[in-house]
Design a protein around this ligand. Structure first.
Ligand code: FA5
Length: 387
Protein backbone atom coordinates (compact mmCIF):
# COMPACT_ATOMS: atom_id res chain seq x y z
CA UNK A 1 0.00 0.00 0.00
CA UNK A 2 1.37 3.36 -0.92
CA UNK A 3 1.75 5.52 2.19
CA UNK A 4 -0.26 8.72 2.08
CA UNK A 5 1.94 11.66 1.58
CA UNK A 6 1.80 14.09 4.44
CA UNK A 7 0.73 17.41 3.08
CA UNK A 8 2.75 20.45 3.99
CA UNK A 9 0.69 23.35 5.28
CA UNK A 10 0.23 25.95 2.59
CA UNK A 11 -1.79 28.95 3.69
CA UNK A 12 -4.59 29.22 1.09
CA UNK A 13 -5.27 32.78 1.96
CA UNK A 14 -2.48 35.18 1.37
CA UNK A 15 -4.54 38.23 2.11
CA UNK A 16 -3.50 40.83 4.57
CA UNK A 17 -5.69 39.20 7.15
CA UNK A 18 -4.06 35.83 7.40
CA UNK A 19 -1.31 36.79 9.80
CA UNK A 20 -3.78 38.45 12.15
CA UNK A 21 -6.18 35.54 11.97
CA UNK A 22 -3.38 33.14 12.74
CA UNK A 23 -2.31 35.05 15.72
CA UNK A 24 -4.84 34.81 18.49
CA UNK A 25 -4.50 37.33 21.26
CA UNK A 26 -3.34 40.04 18.84
CA UNK A 27 -2.87 43.47 20.19
CA UNK A 28 -5.34 46.29 19.52
CA UNK A 29 -2.60 48.31 17.82
CA UNK A 30 -2.01 45.52 15.37
CA UNK A 31 -5.69 45.46 14.41
CA UNK A 32 -5.90 49.18 13.91
CA UNK A 33 -2.64 49.13 11.90
CA UNK A 34 -4.18 46.46 9.74
CA UNK A 35 -7.36 48.48 9.31
CA UNK A 36 -5.33 51.52 8.25
CA UNK A 37 -3.42 49.47 5.77
CA UNK A 38 -6.57 48.03 4.22
CA UNK A 39 -8.13 51.47 3.99
CA UNK A 40 -4.95 52.79 2.39
CA UNK A 41 -5.00 49.94 -0.10
CA UNK A 42 -8.64 50.61 -0.90
CA UNK A 43 -7.95 54.30 -1.36
CA UNK A 44 -5.07 53.66 -3.72
CA UNK A 45 -7.20 51.17 -5.71
CA UNK A 46 -9.97 53.77 -5.81
CA UNK A 47 -7.61 56.48 -7.04
CA UNK A 48 -6.09 54.18 -9.64
CA UNK A 49 -9.55 53.05 -10.78
CA UNK A 50 -10.94 56.57 -11.11
CA UNK A 51 -7.87 57.69 -12.98
CA UNK A 52 -8.09 54.72 -15.37
CA UNK A 53 -11.80 55.37 -15.91
CA UNK A 54 -11.05 58.99 -16.77
CA UNK A 55 -8.42 57.93 -19.27
CA UNK A 56 -10.54 55.27 -21.02
CA UNK A 57 -11.25 56.50 -24.54
CA UNK A 58 -13.68 53.85 -25.70
CA UNK A 59 -16.12 51.17 -24.62
CA UNK A 60 -13.56 48.36 -24.80
CA UNK A 61 -10.97 50.26 -22.72
CA UNK A 62 -13.67 50.99 -20.17
CA UNK A 63 -14.51 47.31 -19.98
CA UNK A 64 -10.83 46.52 -19.35
CA UNK A 65 -10.85 48.95 -16.42
CA UNK A 66 -13.98 47.37 -15.00
CA UNK A 67 -12.42 43.92 -15.19
CA UNK A 68 -9.16 45.14 -13.63
CA UNK A 69 -10.86 46.62 -10.58
CA UNK A 70 -14.31 45.05 -10.28
CA UNK A 71 -13.97 41.79 -12.22
CA UNK A 72 -13.88 38.41 -10.47
CA UNK A 73 -10.26 38.84 -9.46
CA UNK A 74 -10.25 42.62 -9.67
CA UNK A 75 -8.34 44.70 -7.14
CA UNK A 76 -11.41 46.00 -5.31
CA UNK A 77 -13.23 42.66 -5.51
CA UNK A 78 -10.24 41.00 -3.81
CA UNK A 79 -10.50 43.33 -0.86
CA UNK A 80 -14.26 42.76 -0.62
CA UNK A 81 -13.75 38.99 -0.71
CA UNK A 82 -11.07 39.03 1.94
CA UNK A 83 -13.27 40.97 4.36
CA UNK A 84 -14.96 37.78 5.50
CA UNK A 85 -11.78 36.83 7.26
CA UNK A 86 -11.10 40.20 8.82
CA UNK A 87 -11.36 40.47 12.60
CA UNK A 88 -14.99 41.06 13.59
CA UNK A 89 -14.34 44.42 15.24
CA UNK A 90 -13.00 46.11 12.11
CA UNK A 91 -15.11 44.17 9.53
CA UNK A 92 -18.20 46.47 9.42
CA UNK A 93 -16.18 49.63 9.02
CA UNK A 94 -13.96 48.11 6.34
CA UNK A 95 -17.01 46.63 4.58
CA UNK A 96 -18.77 49.98 4.49
CA UNK A 97 -15.68 51.67 3.08
CA UNK A 98 -15.02 48.96 0.50
CA UNK A 99 -18.63 49.14 -0.68
CA UNK A 100 -18.43 52.91 -0.96
CA UNK A 101 -15.37 52.52 -3.18
CA UNK A 102 -17.07 49.86 -5.30
CA UNK A 103 -20.21 51.99 -5.79
CA UNK A 104 -18.11 55.06 -6.56
CA UNK A 105 -16.04 53.24 -9.20
CA UNK A 106 -19.20 51.69 -10.70
CA UNK A 107 -20.79 55.13 -10.97
CA UNK A 108 -17.63 56.57 -12.54
CA UNK A 109 -17.66 53.74 -15.07
CA UNK A 110 -21.33 54.39 -15.95
CA UNK A 111 -20.78 58.13 -16.23
CA UNK A 112 -17.72 57.72 -18.43
CA UNK A 113 -19.63 55.23 -20.64
CA UNK A 114 -22.43 57.80 -21.06
CA UNK A 115 -19.89 60.55 -21.84
CA UNK A 116 -18.18 58.38 -24.44
CA UNK A 117 -21.52 57.49 -26.05
CA UNK A 118 -22.45 61.15 -26.21
CA UNK A 119 -19.09 62.13 -27.70
CA UNK A 120 -19.42 59.39 -30.29
CA UNK A 121 -22.92 60.57 -31.20
CA UNK A 122 -21.68 64.14 -31.41
CA UNK A 123 -18.94 63.06 -33.80
CA UNK A 124 -21.39 61.10 -35.93
CA UNK A 125 -23.83 63.99 -36.09
CA UNK A 126 -21.02 66.27 -37.08
CA UNK A 127 -19.89 63.91 -39.82
CA UNK A 128 -23.44 63.35 -41.08
CA UNK A 129 -24.48 66.95 -40.98
CA UNK A 130 -26.72 67.92 -43.88
CA UNK A 131 -25.45 70.91 -45.75
CA UNK A 132 -28.65 72.75 -46.49
CA UNK A 133 -26.81 75.22 -48.67
CA UNK A 134 -26.06 72.54 -51.30
CA UNK A 135 -28.30 72.74 -54.38
CA UNK A 136 -31.12 70.15 -54.22
CA UNK A 137 -31.83 67.34 -56.67
CA UNK A 138 -34.68 68.42 -58.87
CA UNK A 139 -37.20 65.65 -59.55
CA UNK A 140 -37.94 65.84 -63.25
CA UNK A 141 -41.60 65.52 -64.08
CA UNK A 142 -42.15 62.29 -66.03
CA UNK A 143 -43.73 62.18 -69.46
CA UNK A 144 -45.54 59.35 -71.20
CA UNK A 145 -43.64 57.57 -73.96
CA UNK A 146 -44.81 58.68 -77.41
CA UNK A 147 -46.02 55.13 -78.13
CA UNK A 148 -48.11 55.21 -74.93
CA UNK A 149 -49.53 58.59 -75.96
CA UNK A 150 -50.59 57.21 -79.36
CA UNK A 151 -52.04 54.08 -77.80
CA UNK A 152 -54.09 56.13 -75.33
CA UNK A 153 -55.32 58.28 -78.19
CA UNK A 154 -56.30 55.17 -80.21
CA UNK A 155 -58.16 53.77 -77.21
CA UNK A 156 -59.99 57.06 -76.76
CA UNK A 157 -61.04 57.24 -80.42
CA UNK A 158 -62.22 53.65 -80.73
CA UNK A 159 -63.90 53.21 -77.35
CA UNK A 160 -65.87 56.39 -78.16
CA UNK A 161 -67.14 54.52 -81.28
CA UNK A 162 -68.23 51.57 -79.09
CA UNK A 163 -65.24 49.27 -79.61
CA UNK A 164 -64.11 46.83 -76.91
CA UNK A 165 -60.42 46.24 -76.05
CA UNK A 166 -59.09 42.68 -76.55
CA UNK A 167 -55.69 41.06 -76.21
CA UNK A 168 -53.84 37.86 -77.06
CA UNK A 169 -50.52 36.13 -76.27
CA UNK A 170 -47.19 37.30 -77.72
CA UNK A 171 -46.02 33.67 -77.97
CA UNK A 172 -48.41 32.25 -80.53
CA UNK A 173 -49.06 29.00 -82.36
CA UNK A 174 -48.35 28.79 -86.07
CA UNK A 175 -52.02 27.91 -86.56
CA UNK A 176 -53.35 31.12 -84.91
CA UNK A 177 -50.64 33.37 -86.37
CA UNK A 178 -50.78 32.04 -89.95
CA UNK A 179 -52.90 29.01 -90.84
CA UNK A 180 -56.22 30.18 -89.36
CA UNK A 181 -55.63 33.48 -91.19
CA UNK A 182 -55.52 31.66 -94.51
CA UNK A 183 -51.72 31.53 -94.73
CA UNK A 184 -50.76 27.85 -95.09
CA UNK A 185 -47.24 26.65 -94.32
CA UNK A 186 -45.90 27.05 -97.85
CA UNK A 187 -47.66 30.36 -98.61
CA UNK A 188 -45.35 33.10 -100.02
CA UNK A 189 -47.04 35.72 -97.79
CA UNK A 190 -45.04 34.23 -94.91
CA UNK A 191 -41.89 35.70 -96.44
CA UNK A 192 -43.13 39.19 -95.59
CA UNK A 193 -43.27 38.28 -91.90
CA UNK A 194 -40.08 36.35 -91.09
CA UNK A 195 -40.36 35.47 -87.44
CA UNK A 196 -38.64 34.05 -84.39
CA UNK A 197 -39.63 30.38 -83.90
CA UNK A 198 -39.41 28.36 -80.69
CA UNK A 199 -40.48 25.15 -82.46
CA UNK A 200 -42.08 24.47 -85.86
CA UNK A 201 -45.45 25.26 -84.29
CA UNK A 202 -44.68 28.01 -81.75
CA UNK A 203 -43.35 31.49 -82.54
CA UNK A 204 -43.30 35.11 -81.42
CA UNK A 205 -46.39 36.51 -83.13
CA UNK A 206 -45.67 38.60 -86.24
CA UNK A 207 -48.96 40.51 -86.20
CA UNK A 208 -51.95 41.18 -83.94
CA UNK A 209 -54.30 39.45 -86.42
CA UNK A 210 -54.32 36.12 -84.47
CA UNK A 211 -56.33 38.00 -81.82
CA UNK A 212 -59.15 38.11 -84.43
CA UNK A 213 -59.23 34.28 -84.42
CA UNK A 214 -58.94 33.93 -80.64
CA UNK A 215 -61.66 36.49 -79.97
CA UNK A 216 -64.10 35.07 -82.55
CA UNK A 217 -63.63 31.50 -81.31
CA UNK A 218 -64.25 32.63 -77.73
CA UNK A 219 -67.41 34.60 -78.62
CA UNK A 220 -69.08 32.87 -81.65
CA UNK A 221 -71.91 32.98 -82.47
CA UNK A 222 -72.49 36.22 -80.53
CA UNK A 223 -72.86 39.43 -82.56
CA UNK A 224 -71.67 42.03 -83.06
CA UNK A 225 -67.90 41.61 -82.73
CA UNK A 226 -66.37 45.05 -82.41
CA UNK A 227 -62.84 45.05 -80.99
CA UNK A 228 -59.50 46.74 -81.09
CA UNK A 229 -56.50 44.68 -79.96
CA UNK A 230 -53.23 46.54 -79.35
CA UNK A 231 -50.02 44.66 -78.59
CA UNK A 232 -46.37 43.93 -79.21
CA UNK A 233 -45.30 41.96 -82.30
CA UNK A 234 -41.98 40.63 -83.63
CA UNK A 235 -40.37 40.33 -87.04
CA UNK A 236 -36.88 39.84 -88.40
CA UNK A 237 -36.68 43.47 -89.59
CA UNK A 238 -34.21 46.18 -88.66
CA UNK A 239 -33.79 49.59 -90.37
CA UNK A 240 -34.79 53.25 -89.96
CA UNK A 241 -38.51 52.47 -90.40
CA UNK A 242 -38.63 48.81 -89.29
CA UNK A 243 -37.90 47.46 -85.83
CA UNK A 244 -37.62 43.78 -84.76
CA UNK A 245 -40.05 44.57 -81.92
CA UNK A 246 -42.92 46.92 -82.65
CA UNK A 247 -46.58 47.48 -81.84
CA UNK A 248 -49.73 47.01 -83.84
CA UNK A 249 -53.39 47.67 -83.24
CA UNK A 250 -55.83 45.23 -84.77
CA UNK A 251 -59.41 46.24 -85.43
CA UNK A 252 -62.19 43.76 -86.20
CA UNK A 253 -65.90 44.19 -86.82
CA UNK A 254 -68.21 41.25 -87.58
CA UNK A 255 -71.98 41.54 -87.89
CA UNK A 256 -74.82 41.04 -90.33
CA UNK A 257 -74.68 43.34 -93.34
CA UNK A 258 -71.24 44.89 -92.79
CA UNK A 259 -69.81 46.49 -95.97
CA UNK A 260 -66.63 48.17 -97.18
CA UNK A 261 -68.52 51.48 -96.71
CA UNK A 262 -68.52 50.84 -92.93
CA UNK A 263 -64.75 50.31 -93.06
CA UNK A 264 -64.27 53.61 -94.92
CA UNK A 265 -66.51 55.43 -92.45
CA UNK A 266 -64.68 54.12 -89.37
CA UNK A 267 -61.25 54.83 -90.88
CA UNK A 268 -62.30 58.36 -91.81
CA UNK A 269 -63.31 59.12 -88.22
CA UNK A 270 -60.07 57.58 -86.94
CA UNK A 271 -57.85 59.54 -89.38
CA UNK A 272 -59.49 62.91 -88.63
CA UNK A 273 -59.34 62.34 -84.87
CA UNK A 274 -55.73 61.20 -84.96
CA UNK A 275 -54.17 63.49 -87.60
CA UNK A 276 -56.48 66.50 -87.75
CA UNK A 277 -59.90 67.45 -89.10
CA UNK A 278 -58.70 68.18 -92.61
CA UNK A 279 -57.14 64.73 -93.07
CA UNK A 280 -58.33 62.73 -96.09
CA UNK A 281 -58.22 58.94 -96.47
CA UNK A 282 -57.27 57.02 -99.61
CA UNK A 283 -57.68 53.29 -100.33
CA UNK A 284 -55.28 51.49 -102.66
CA UNK A 285 -55.97 47.93 -103.81
CA UNK A 286 -53.70 45.47 -102.06
CA UNK A 287 -53.44 41.87 -100.98
CA UNK A 288 -53.64 40.13 -97.62
CA UNK A 289 -54.50 36.40 -97.47
CA UNK A 290 -57.00 37.03 -94.65
CA UNK A 291 -59.03 39.84 -96.25
CA UNK A 292 -60.83 40.02 -99.59
CA UNK A 293 -60.90 42.62 -101.00
CA UNK A 294 -57.84 44.15 -99.33
CA UNK A 295 -56.48 47.69 -99.27
CA UNK A 296 -53.51 49.74 -98.15
CA UNK A 297 -54.85 52.86 -96.51
CA UNK A 298 -53.10 56.22 -96.87
CA UNK A 299 -53.86 59.50 -95.09
CA UNK A 300 -53.10 62.93 -96.51
CA UNK A 301 -49.78 64.17 -95.11
CA UNK A 302 -50.35 66.19 -91.94
CA UNK A 303 -46.96 67.88 -92.33
CA UNK A 304 -47.65 69.58 -95.67
CA UNK A 305 -51.43 69.27 -95.94
CA UNK A 306 -51.07 67.02 -99.00
CA UNK A 307 -48.96 69.24 -101.26
CA UNK A 308 -45.82 67.12 -100.88
CA UNK A 309 -42.85 67.40 -98.50
CA UNK A 310 -39.81 65.54 -97.15
CA UNK A 311 -41.90 63.42 -94.78
CA UNK A 312 -44.34 62.16 -97.47
CA UNK A 313 -41.50 62.01 -100.01
CA UNK A 314 -43.35 64.54 -102.19
CA UNK A 315 -46.45 62.37 -102.73
CA UNK A 316 -48.78 64.19 -100.31
CA UNK A 317 -49.89 60.80 -98.90
CA UNK A 318 -48.67 58.54 -96.08
CA UNK A 319 -49.41 54.84 -95.76
CA UNK A 320 -50.63 53.96 -92.28
CA UNK A 321 -52.32 50.58 -92.31
CA UNK A 322 -53.55 47.48 -94.08
CA UNK A 323 -57.25 46.66 -94.16
CA UNK A 324 -60.00 44.71 -95.89
CA UNK A 325 -63.16 42.62 -95.67
CA UNK A 326 -62.59 39.52 -93.55
CA UNK A 327 -62.01 36.46 -95.79
CA UNK A 328 -64.84 33.86 -95.58
CA UNK A 329 -62.32 31.18 -94.55
CA UNK A 330 -61.15 33.33 -91.64
CA UNK A 331 -64.74 33.89 -90.50
CA UNK A 332 -65.31 30.13 -90.64
CA UNK A 333 -62.09 29.46 -88.64
CA UNK A 334 -63.44 31.92 -86.07
CA UNK A 335 -66.71 29.99 -85.78
CA UNK A 336 -68.95 32.30 -87.85
CA UNK A 337 -70.95 31.48 -91.01
CA UNK A 338 -69.81 33.74 -93.90
CA UNK A 339 -73.21 33.18 -95.54
CA UNK A 340 -74.85 35.02 -92.62
CA UNK A 341 -72.26 37.54 -91.39
CA UNK A 342 -69.53 39.68 -92.87
CA UNK A 343 -66.82 41.83 -91.36
CA UNK A 344 -63.91 44.13 -91.87
CA UNK A 345 -60.51 44.43 -90.20
CA UNK A 346 -57.39 46.57 -90.19
CA UNK A 347 -53.95 46.44 -88.65
CA UNK A 348 -51.81 49.50 -88.11
CA UNK A 349 -48.32 50.02 -86.76
CA UNK A 350 -48.30 52.27 -83.69
CA UNK A 351 -44.69 53.32 -84.34
CA UNK A 352 -45.69 54.40 -87.84
CA UNK A 353 -48.51 56.57 -86.46
CA UNK A 354 -46.20 58.06 -83.78
CA UNK A 355 -43.54 58.85 -86.40
CA UNK A 356 -46.07 60.60 -88.63
CA UNK A 357 -47.79 62.44 -85.84
CA UNK A 358 -44.61 63.72 -84.19
CA UNK A 359 -42.37 63.94 -87.27
CA UNK A 360 -39.85 61.35 -86.04
CA UNK A 361 -37.41 60.32 -88.77
CA UNK A 362 -35.91 57.14 -87.28
CA UNK A 363 -37.91 54.38 -85.55
CA UNK A 364 -34.90 53.53 -83.37
CA UNK A 365 -35.35 56.78 -81.43
CA UNK A 366 -38.53 55.27 -80.01
CA UNK A 367 -36.59 52.42 -78.41
CA UNK A 368 -33.35 54.18 -77.43
CA UNK A 369 -34.58 55.43 -74.05
CA UNK A 370 -32.79 58.78 -74.56
CA UNK A 371 -34.35 61.14 -72.04
CA UNK A 372 -33.59 64.22 -74.19
CA UNK A 373 -35.77 62.72 -76.89
CA UNK A 374 -38.51 61.42 -74.61
CA UNK A 375 -38.91 64.67 -72.66
CA UNK A 376 -40.25 66.42 -75.75
CA UNK A 377 -43.57 64.61 -75.67
CA UNK A 378 -46.62 65.58 -73.79
CA UNK A 379 -50.25 64.53 -73.99
CA UNK A 380 -51.39 67.48 -76.11
CA UNK A 381 -49.16 66.25 -78.93
CA UNK A 382 -47.68 69.73 -79.30
CA UNK A 383 -44.00 70.34 -79.81
CA UNK A 384 -43.22 68.18 -82.82
CA UNK A 385 -39.65 66.94 -83.03
CA UNK A 386 -37.41 67.18 -86.03
CA UNK A 387 -35.20 64.09 -85.81
C1 FA5 B 1 -50.17 43.24 -91.24
O1 FA5 B 1 -49.44 42.96 -90.29
C2 FA5 B 1 -51.60 42.83 -91.23
N1 FA5 B 1 -51.86 41.90 -90.15
C3 FA5 B 1 -52.50 44.04 -91.16
C4 FA5 B 1 -53.93 43.76 -91.47
C5 FA5 B 1 -54.79 43.45 -90.43
C6 FA5 B 1 -54.38 43.79 -92.77
C7 FA5 B 1 -56.13 43.17 -90.69
C8 FA5 B 1 -55.73 43.49 -93.04
C9 FA5 B 1 -56.58 43.21 -92.03
P1 FA5 B 1 -48.38 44.64 -92.48
O2 FA5 B 1 -47.35 43.58 -92.55
O3 FA5 B 1 -48.46 45.56 -93.63
O4 FA5 B 1 -49.82 44.03 -92.23
O5 FA5 B 1 -48.13 45.50 -91.15
C10 FA5 B 1 -49.03 46.49 -90.72
C11 FA5 B 1 -48.29 47.73 -90.27
O6 FA5 B 1 -47.31 47.37 -89.28
C12 FA5 B 1 -47.48 48.39 -91.37
O7 FA5 B 1 -48.29 49.29 -92.08
C13 FA5 B 1 -46.40 49.13 -90.60
O8 FA5 B 1 -46.89 50.38 -90.15
C14 FA5 B 1 -46.20 48.25 -89.40
N2 FA5 B 1 -44.97 47.47 -89.48
C15 FA5 B 1 -44.75 46.34 -90.18
N3 FA5 B 1 -43.50 45.88 -89.97
C16 FA5 B 1 -42.92 46.75 -89.09
C17 FA5 B 1 -41.65 46.82 -88.45
N4 FA5 B 1 -40.71 45.90 -88.61
N5 FA5 B 1 -41.41 47.86 -87.62
C18 FA5 B 1 -42.36 48.78 -87.39
N6 FA5 B 1 -43.59 48.76 -87.93
C19 FA5 B 1 -43.88 47.75 -88.79
Amino acid sequence: MVPRKSRAFVPRDESLFCWVRNRPGRAQEEVSALSDEIIARLNSARAAALEAVGRAAGASELEEVRIRFLGRSGEITQVLRGLGQAPADIRPELGRRANEVRVEVERALAEQAARLREAELELRLLAERVDITLPGTVALPGTLHPLSLILLELERIFTAMGFEMAEGPEIETDWHNFQALNIPRDHPARDMQASFYFTDDVLLRTQTSPVQIRYMRAHAPNLPVKIIAPGRVYRRDDDATHSPVFHQVEMLVVDKGITMGDLKGVLGVFAREMFGRKTRVRFRPSYFPFTEPSAEVDVSCAMCGGVGCRVCKGSGWLEILGAGMVHPRVLRNGGYDPEIVSGFAFGLGIERVAMLRYGIGDIRLLFGGDIRFLRQFHPTGEGRVEA
